[in-house]
Every structure is written in structure tokens, then in C-alpha cells.
Design a protein around this ligand. Structure first.
Ligand code: URA
Length: 209
């Protein structure tokens, strides 16, 4: 069973409160999501392996550590996932970014991939799938399945807010994938909104409502 990490650092919780607030402007919403993504990136990269190196300080040789070249890939699910990419790149600027676009088939309600552009070496990378809202889990599950179909094996899922239903759905379908969230909310309403949530993350990021 994949683990669920709630990134409950006070700075993250503080910023998330303003992200939820309907009075927050598009500009502030975007900036706050970016900042929370940076703070969450700090948690999600906690297990990156290090290797020993020596450096010469002005006065001696120091035994030090650097990240051991494990390659990261960020995979935002279009479109709301885009809002968290730059915040993560602040901390891991060498990560490559791939994009996956999904729409819901109006008849089957299943997510269908309409776009995928991934790094050529995506199979060798540790991938962070990004979607701010983990609601039913349908999109996250489809994106993870699309990456597994391309032989990707090292996957994490990063969201701002998750519904318990979404967490269960991902844990059931992809028990090898750990999930990182800033908050777990109460439930999904009949329209698929997370309650209390923050509304439509894409609309609030891009000012389309
Ligand atoms: N997607 C959103 O943007 N918000 C929700 O509450 C659920 C899914």
C-alpha cells in the first residue's frame, strides 16, 4: 500500500488557508500555489540519495555530500498541474518536465489521454505526477497508468488537497505510488468538488471564472 504524507509544515498550512479563501485574487492564488509547491518539494525530495565528495575549503579538505545524480521528472496533469511546476523547479532546476493531458469521456466518464509529451529518458527518471486536486482519483490513476505503460517505475503523486475517496482510489490501483498532500479534506460533493477544498483549481490559477 502506498504511503500518504501530509506535508503539514506551519508555512504550508498558513499559505493553504489563503489559497482556499474565495477572496484571494488570481495573482495571489498563483503565487501562493507556487510557494506551497516549493515547500512541498522540500518534503518530496527528502529521500533523494547523496554521494560523498571532497571539496577544498580555503583552509582544509572537507568530506561533503551532493545529490547522487538521480534524475527527476515532473509530470503535471494539464491544466491545473502547471501551477505547481515552477515552484518545484525552484528547488530542482535540473528536473525535466513532461505533460499529460486528459479529458473525461462524456459517455463512459473515463479519463482519455489527449496529449502526452514526455522526456525521452522518462523511464530512467524518478517521476513526480502533479495535480493540485486529488478528487475521484480518476485523472491521477490514468496519468500514472499512462506512465507505467511507457515503462516508468519510480512514481510519486503530489497534490495540494486530496479527498479521502481519491486517496483510496490511487492506493487501490497503484499501491506502489506514495502520495504527498498538503491537506486531506472531508469528502467529494455530487459535482466532484472536494469539500471544503478551494473550488476549481484550474479556474482559480488561470482566472477563467
Ligand atoms: N478539481 C478541482 O479543481 N477542484 C475540486 O474540488 C475537484 C477537482
Amino acid at each position: 500500500m502506498g504511503k500518504v504524507y501530509v506535508c503539514d509544515h506551519p508555512l504550508i498550512q498558513h499559505k493553504l488557508t489563503y489559497i482556499r479563501d474565495e477572496a484571494t485574487t488570481t495573482k495571489d492564488f498563483r503565487e501562493l500555489v507556487d510557494e506551497v509547491a516549493t515547500l512541498m518539494a522540500y518534503e518530496i525530495t527528502r529521500d533523494i540519495p547523496l554521494q560523498k565528495v571532497q571539496v577544498k575549503t580555503p583552509v582544509a579538505t572537507a568530506e561533503c555530500k551532493v545529490i547522487s545524480g538521480r534524475m527527476l521528472g515532473l509530470i503535471p496533469i494539464l491544466r491545473a498541474g502547471l501551477g505547481m511546476v515552477d515552484g518545484i523547479l525552484n528547488l530542482v532546476p535540473a528536473a525535466k518536465v513532461g505533460h499529460i493531458g486528459l479529458y473525461r469521456d462524456p459517455e463512459t466518464l473515463q479519463p482519455i489521454e489527449y496529449y502526452a509529451k514526455l522526456p525521452t529518458d522518462v523511464q530512467e527518471r524518478e517521476l513526480i505526477v502533479i495535480d493540485p486536486m486529488l478528487a475521484t482519483g480518476g485523472s491521477a490513476n490514468a496519468a500514472i497508468a499512462a506512465l507505467k505503460a511507457r515503462n516508468c517505475t519510480q512514481l510519486k503523486l503530489m497534490c495540494l488537497i486530496a479527498a479521502p475517496e481519491g486517496i483510496q482510489a490511487v492506493q487501490k490501483e497503484h499501491p506502489d505510488v506514495d502520495i504527498y498532500v498538503a491537506a486531506i479534506d472531508d469528502y467529494l460533493d455530487d459535482h466532484g468538488y472536494i469539500i471544503p477544498g478551494l473550488g476549481d483549481a484550474g479556474d482559480r490559477l488561470f482566472g477563467t471564472k
